[in-house]
Every structure is written in structure tokens, then in C-alpha cells.
Design a protein. Structure first.
Lengths: 246, 330
């Protein structure tokens, strides 16, 4: 079943098309890695799909009223700014806002455990390190407990263990029958964990499919300007960029 | 934390004590028993007049103006996600002051007792329409601040122009004194005029707590949690305009309460904007009542202005808070 469908989604800034007619359907069980060089339109795609940006075309999410949208999709923005010294628990509990009070305690505890944050529960979130705060915000999005999760660079700035854990948690969400769309710069992590990669270039989809079809030498050189090392390992496909090609 | 739960009852108790003290302290040396008797039973001749027509409106206005300033300061800081925000930031205070200054300069205020507060309310109303129009249809905070700063500057410039061109030095003095902010010589008429606007404004502001909590994580995160930012901005702007406009109309410009009180109480509320709102209302009321008692005690014969005292106490206190914050962040 499709959880998100985008039809001809277009965003213009001035007279430039930042997003140029993206059509995409994401169904249950998919963990989509949104990849592409800086400025390709990854963040714009996520924000427009959520209705956070004025856009042309259609998004099944932005067509929903605000309240039901918040129960359908959680969003993890790129900015990790927590304005006030609230506790970790308070931040994570904000994810329950769209649901009223029911089931809050259990969902918050579960989200904290998933991101390995139980010991931080009562500490002010602003006292934590940047990477720890990022994990708190991921837990907040998990606590929202939605069929769909859109995450903008969720693993940037995390240590290797936290990066792997985040990707594993997202893969597990997909395996539960939800869907996750995460923009990600680490092609190796994307190749290893995502069920599907969507490659953006100049606001258009340049490739869409499993990692071995998207991370081809030709596309990597043409879109990213890199070449690298591929291998199939027992843990999954591995990719390591080695050199620039231009 | 237990501090959280005790905060509101403790502030309420403090407030009751300060309200009583405000009723009992003044230049006319009245006994406790005769004061209370006069206030509640209307018996005791001239004492009744002092209590019901002078001290009661002063205490009520002190309570309400302080609550409004504390609450709107907390709401504004929450909305703009910035601890340096204060209620005057959207231009309402300056515009209300300009309205009052025009009524003083034209002599309307002298001809008709309610002309000044009504002109101030009109100024606040005009500024809100301008701010909302200039800030545009989307719910962003930055456009609102910039529009507010522009309107503050414009209203301030007109006020200076009026002072500059005023042919009458006495009018200038009257305007300058009025702008310092005071609660002396207010009547129950002022109370009846201002309190409905303040109550309506506070009701709007108290509705914003949950949205402000979500806004802790930024505008995108708040919207994805179902917060309608345009509605939130409308509540904040209209609530602040009604409440602060009415407060400037009856008390003049009183600074620092809206800035210092939320800052001071935030640690006791676990940083949560929704808890800070009611706490700041109580705290602001307590600070203003205490200051208004202090001006009567410090200089009983000199008419020390309330706004001068709150700034004199508030600014160094604020510096102290910043100093401590600097130590934590370093």
C-alpha cells in the first residue's frame, strides 16, 4: 500500500526550479535513501512533500489537514536547534502531541530505549552533546509513532555506533510495515541499509531502485563526480568513494 | 521535580501578600482594621474614599498590568524562541504610547478623562493591523520581528517629533513624566476600561502553551507536529496587543518586567513554555506590585515613577542573570 505519493511535485525559488516535477510513490516496508549532491533538492523534496513549502503538483501528505498529517507522518528536520533547556523526556514526549495523552508514557519509553537514551531521560537536552541531541530528536520523531517517517540527514554528526543504530532502527520500522524516507550523504550507509535509493540531480530523479542499480560507476561519476569501491559482503552491498573524477 | 509543583502555589501566596500590602501602604496613615473595614463594608467616612477610590484601583491595576507584562513576555519569548524577546517587540507599546502622547499634546487628555487610555488603545490597534499586514501571510517569526521593529521605530520617531515641535514646555514635561510609567492617581474607571482588554488578551495568550512547547524544536518540527503557525501568530499578536495595549493605556510604558520575569522563572518551569506562561503572569504581577509598593516607601513625597524603578532594578538584575549564563556557557 502506498503511504506517500508525489505527482509532478515542483518548487520554484525566484525563477529557478529547485524541484522539477518529481513523481514518486513510497509504500509500506520501504526504507528509501534520498541521495544526491549538495543542492540537488533533497531537503526541498522532503519539506514540499510535507507541505512545509509552497509547491506545484500534488503530495498525498500536504493534501491532508494539519492534524491528520501529524498522525500520518513524522518529520525530522535538519536543524537540531532546541530552544529551551527542557528535559530529554519532555522533548521526546512532544512527539505525542498529535495523539493527545493516550499511550504517551509507553511510547516515550520505547523511543528512548530504541535510541539508547534511557540514562539521559531527566537531563536537560541542551546540556547534551550535538550528537546526543540528534539522537534525542530522532527519538522524538519515533515517539510520534506514524506510518511514515521523513528524516533530513538523520545520521549527520553521529558517531559510527549511533549511525548504525539509527539506520537499523529505521530499517526495523520499515520491516514493521511502515515507510521511512531519509536524505543521506553517506552512500555506504545508504547502500547497506536502505531497501531503495532515489538519486536526485538538479531537482529531478536521476535514478530510482536498489543500491546496485543506482550506485553505478556511470551515475556516480556523472552525478557526484566520484568513483569508488563496490563489494557484496554477507552484511550487504558496500560502497566506499575513493576519488573525484572531475 | 518538586520545585515545579510548588512554584504556582508559592507565587500565588506571594501575590496575595503583596496585594494586601499594596492596599495597606500609602501616604495616608490608616490603621489595618479601619482600612479593611472601610474597604469591605464602606463604613468610615474619608477612609472609604482612600481605600475604594485610590488604593484598590492602584492595587488591581498593579496586579493586572504586571500579570499582562509577565505573560506576554513569556509568550513572546516562546514564540520567537529567544530569551531576549519582550512584549514591546511587535511595536504595540510604542504605538500605544504614541496614541497617548497625541492625546496629551492635543489637550484631549485634559478635556476628557478617558481620552488618553482610549487614544493609547487606538494606537495599539493600528499597530497590530500594520504588523500583521507587513509580516505577510505565512506564519514566520522573523518577518514579525522586523515589522515590529519598523513600527516601533516609526512610532518612536513620531513621539520624538511631537516632543520636538511642542510649543508648550509644560505639555512636554507632562508627556515625559507620563512615558515613565506610573500607577498613581488611577481610578476604578481606568480599571473598568482596561481589565476587559487585558483579560481577553491573557485568555488568547494562555491558549498558546502547547503550540509554544512544540515550537521549542523549531518551526518545521512544530508544523509537522500539527501546529498551525498562522493561528499561533494571530493569537500571540492579538493577545499581546489587547493586553499590553491596555496596560500601556492605564500605566504608561513599564519596561523590563516582560523581559526579566520569564527569564527568572524559566529554570523553575523546566524550560517549558506552557508552564512558564501562568508562572510569568503571577511573577510579573508580584514584581509590579512589589515595585509599586517600593516607590511609595522609598520616596513617599517625590512621586518616583514606577517604570523608572522597574528599569533601575530590572536592568542590573538582568545583567546578573546574563553574567551567570555566561559562566554556564563558557
Amino acid at each position: 500500500m502506498s503511504l506517500l505519493s508525489l505527482e509532478n511535485l515542483t518548487v520554484t525559488r525566484g525563477d529557478r526550479r529547485v524541484l522539477d516535477g518529481v513523481t514518486l510513490s513510497v509504500g509500506q516496508g520501504e526504507f528509501v535513501g534520498l541521495i544526491g549532491p549538495n543542492g540537488a533538492g533533497k531537503t526541498t523534496l522532503l519539506r514540499a512533500a510535507l507541505g512545509l513549502l509552497p509547491h506545484g503538483g500534488r503530495s498525498s501528505l500536504s493534501a491532508l489537514p494539519l492534524a491528520s498529517r501529524a498522525r500520518q507522518a513524522a518529520f525530522l528536520p535538519q536543524s537540531r536547534d532546541i530552544a529551551w533547556p527542557v528535559t530529554v523526556e519532555t522533548v521526546v514526549a512532544l512527539g505525542r502531541a498529535p495523539h493527545g495523552a493516550k499511550g504517551s508514557e509507553a511510547a516515550v519509553t520505547r523511543a528512548l530505549d530504541r535510541m539508547d537514551l534511557a540514562p539521559f531521560r531527566h537531563r536537560p537536552a541542551t546540556d547534551l552533546s550535538g550528537g546526543e541531541q540528534a539522537r534525542v530528536l530522532i527519538a522524538r520523531a519515533l515517539a510520534q509513532d506514524t506510518p511514515l517517517l521523513l528524516a533530513d540527514e538523520p545520521v549527520a554528526g553521529l558517531d559510527p555506533a549511533a549511525q548504525l543504530r539509527t539506520m537499523q532502527v529505521f530499517a526495523a520500522l520499515a520491516a514493521e510495515g511502515r515507510a521511512v524516507i531519509a536524505s543521506i550523504h553517506d552512500l555506504g550507509l545508504a547502500a547497506l541499509h536502505c531497501t531503495r535509493l532515489v538519486l536526485l540531480q538538479h531537482g529531478r530523479i536521476a535514478a530510482d531502485g536498489p543500491a546496485r542499480d543506482v550506485l553505478t560507476d556511470d551515475l556516480l561519476s556523472r552525478v557526484f563526480g566520484v568513483r569508488g569501491f563496490h563489494a557484496d559482503t554477507p552484511d550487504g552491498p558496500v560502497f566506499q568513494p575513493l576519488a573525484t573524477t572531475r | 521535580m518538586t520545585g515545579d509543583r510548588l512554584l504556582l502555589p508559592a507565587l500565588s501566596l506571594l501575590l496575595v501578600a503583596l496585594f494586601a500590602a499594596s492596599l495597606l501602604i500609602g501616604p495616608a496613615a490608616l490603621g489595618l482594621r479601619e482600612s479593611l473595614l472601610a474597604l469591605f463594608t464602606g463604613q468610615g467616612g474619608p477612609v472609604v474614599l482612600v481605600m475604594q477610590e485610590i488604593r484598590l484601583p492602584r492595587a488591581i491595576l498593579g496586579l493586572c498590568v504586571g500579570a499582562v507584562l509577565g505573560l506576554s513576555g513569556a509568550a513572546m519569548q516562546g514564540f520567537l524562541r529567544n530569551p531576549l524577546a519582550e512584549p514591546g517587540l511587535i511595536g504595540v507599546s510604542s504605538a500605544a504610547a504614541l496614541g497617548a502622547v497625541i492625546s496629551l499634546q492635543t489637550g484631549l487628555a485634559a478635556a476628557f478623562a478617558l481620552a488618553l487610555p482610549l487614544a493609547a488603545l487606538a494606537g495599539a490597534g493600528v499597530s497590530v493591523l500594520l504588523v500583521l499586514w507587513m509580516a505577510g501571510p505565512r506564519g514566520g517569526a522573523l518577518a514579525l520581528i522586523l515589522a515590529g521593529i519598523a513600527i516601533s521605530a516609526l512610532a518612536g520617531a513620531f513621539t520624538s517629533l511631537i516632543l520636538n515641535l511642542s510649543p508648550n514646555p509644560f505639555a512636554v514635561m507632562e508627556i515625559v513624566y507620563w512615558m515613565m510609567g506610573s500607577l498613581s492617581d488611577r481610578s476604578m474607571t481606568h480599571v473598568w476600561l482596561a481589565v476587559p482588554f487585558m483579560a481577553a488578551g491573557c485568555a488568547l495568550l494562555l491558549m498558546t502553551g502547547r503550540s509554544l512547547d512544540a515550537l521549542t524544536l523549531g518551526e518545521d518540527a512544530a508544523r509537522s507536529l500539527g501546529v498551525d503557525l498562522r493561528r499561533l501568530r494571530l493569537l500571540i499578536v492579538l493577545g499581546t496587543a489587547a493586553a499590553v495595549g491596555a496596560s500601556v493605556a492605564v500605566a504608561g510604558a513599564i519596561g523590563f518586567v516582560g523581559l526579566v520575569i520569564p527569564h527568572l522563572l524559566r529554570p523553575f518551569c523546566g524550560g517549558r513554555p506552557s508552564r512558564l506562561l501562568p508562572a510569568s503572569a503571577l511573577g510579573g504581577a508580584a514584581m509590579l506590585l512589589a515595585s509599586d509598593i517600593a516607590v511609595r516607601i522609598i520616596a513617599p513625597d517625590q512621586d518616583l515613577k514606577l517604570g523608572v524603578l522597574t528599569a533601575l532594578v530590572g536592568a542590573p538584575f538582568f545583567l546578573h542573570l546574563l553574567w551567570r549564563m555566561r559562566g554556564v556557557e563558557a
